[in-house]
Design a binder for this molecule. Structure first.
Ligand code: ATP
Ligand code: MG
Length: 428
């Protein structure tokens, strides 16, 4: 019979990878609570309209990347392609926006893209959104939080912060008009995608990957020259706060979000370690979004980062926590009596020393094969019960890693001293 494989672009995360995910998730969880952010969990499926209105009709996501289907009541539903729209929907629906809110979320997102390294059809994001604060100190906090994450994960040297302000809606409209005039005169030099965007979403031309288009843009009007006073002042303040906190950045005037309810700050963290999929985190201010989705005029700012790319980055930088052992202790035994004693003693250990990870050998086998499994588990010590140990009321403790072997070769430990012996060993 033919085997069934996972859907293209939707990957299993296998047991040898999950420790890295758990490590990143633990660091992020601590970081978020350290900045006073509360976790929110939204459904994976939302009404399609939410994304049409919340992400925007003329984005790649809505134009060509959504998993949209009708359910049995013929409602059009979509697997969430990102988290901000759902988070804003939930915040409005549950009346969370009467006060300032700092929220974060994590989970799978879905986009129908061409799968490649760092680009899946099911991928995972961590995102944060802050509502109710319009001033740039909030933007700065978001960026400082992400900067700390790179430090905590040991990849700070390999990421760079790109920063821009896209101003108010009016400022952007004026800029858009000027840009379109410039590009229309040179339309035949634009790539096909960009020609199409000249009508639908001209600002997106700025992040075209086409080198000829980028060269053409060198002579184009610059967004910075069109910024309104308030946006200029806020951007200057944001830069001041980042300078004060010692977080370096590059101003990239071509960094944009092409939607009208995004405004002022946009930022991206990029790395040169992941080829074309170099953006690990993107964010910005969206003071118009809550209103766009039917709420009051509440300002917001947020970011989202891709966890697959983070795992790849840690791998590329070789900063993943060392060989991930499944166990601290591996328990082997020979003979029925010995196994009875081993099982009982192991359970007692788990009662009292629950922080230790203990794997009990199951399925029998020779001394040699059991000890092989013990070595493979990555455990630091093996506890060995055989006839001699049962007779003496002891257990043999054997070091499995080279760095311990000088101190502990093999020693017989009386059963009533076992817990204390292990505590001492694992405390040091
Ligand atoms: P890209 O330009 O790489 O397509 P994007 O602008 O579509 O990114 P956002 O919507 O801003 O990305 O999502 C935030 C982050 O989520 C990205 O910076 C990236 O790290 C991650 N991400 C986005 N799409 C994918 C994907 N298909 N697979 C894996 N990670 C992704
Ligand atoms: Mg994309």
């Amino acid at each position: 019979m033919s085997t069934i494989r996972a859907v293209r672009g939707m990957n299993d995360i296998l047991p040898d990878e999950t420790p890295y995910w758990q490590y990143i998730e633990t660091v992020i969880r601590q970081l978020m609570s350290g900045y006073g952010y509360s976790e929110i969990r939204m459904p994976i499926v939302e009404r399609t309209d939410l994304f049409r209105r919340g992400v925007g009709e003329v984005t790649d996501i809505v134009e060509k990347e959504m998993y949209t289907f009708e359910d049995r009541s013929e409602d059009s539903l979509t697997l969430r392609p990102e988290g901000t729209a759902g988070c804003v929907r939930a915040a409005i629906q549950h009346g969370l926006l009467n006060m300032a809110q700092r929220l974060w979320y994590t989970g799978p997102m879905f986009r129908y893209e061409r799968p490649q390294k760092g680009r899946q059809r099911q991928f995972h994001q961590v995102g944060a959104e802050a509502f109710g604060i319009a001033s740039p100190d909030m933007d700065a906090e978001m960026i400082l939080l992400t900067a700390r994450l790179w430090r905590d994960l040991g990849v700070a040297e390999h990421v760079e912060l790109q920063l821009n302000s896209i101003g108010s809606a009016d400022a952007r409209q004026a800029y858009k008009d000027a840009l379109v005039v410039y590009l229309r005169e040179r339309a035949e030099q634009l790539d096909e995608d960009s020609q199409r965007r000249l009508d639908s979403n001209p600002l997106r031309i700025l992040d075209s990957k086409n080198p000829d288009t980028q060269a053409l843009l060198d002579g184009a009007p610059a967004l910075g020259d069109f910024l309104d006073e308030e946006s200029q002042a806020d951007f200057a303040r944001l830069c001041e706060l980042l300078d004060a906190a010692g977080v370096p950045y590059t101003v990239n005037q071509r960094l944009v979000r092409g939607l009208d309810y995004y405004n002022k700050t946009v930022f991206e963290w990029v790395t040169d370690q992941l080829g074309a999929q170099g953006t690990v985190c993107g964010g910005g201010r969206y003071d118009g979004l809550v209103e766009q989705l039917g709420g009051k005029a509440v300002p917001g700012v947020g970011f989202a980062m891709g966890l697959e790319r983070l795992v790849l980055l840690l791998e590329a930088c070789d900063t993943l926590p060392g060989a991930n052992a499944q166990a601290d202790i591996y328990v082997v035994s020979f003979g029925d009596d010995a196994q009875r004693q081993a099982v009982a003693a192991t359970e007692r250990l788990r009662d009292s020393a629950s922080a230790l990870r203990i794997v009990q050998h199951t399925g029998g086998g020779s001394f040699k094969s059991q000890m092989k499994k013990a070595d493979k588990s990555g455990a630091r010590v093996a506890l060995i019960w055989g006839e001699d140990e049962v007779a003496a009321g002891t257990v043999s403790l054997k070091a499995l890693r080279a760095e311990d072997k000088e101190q502990i070769t093999q020693q017989a430990v009386p059963l009533d001293e076992l817990e204390q012996t292990l505590r001492t060993l694992f405390a040091g």
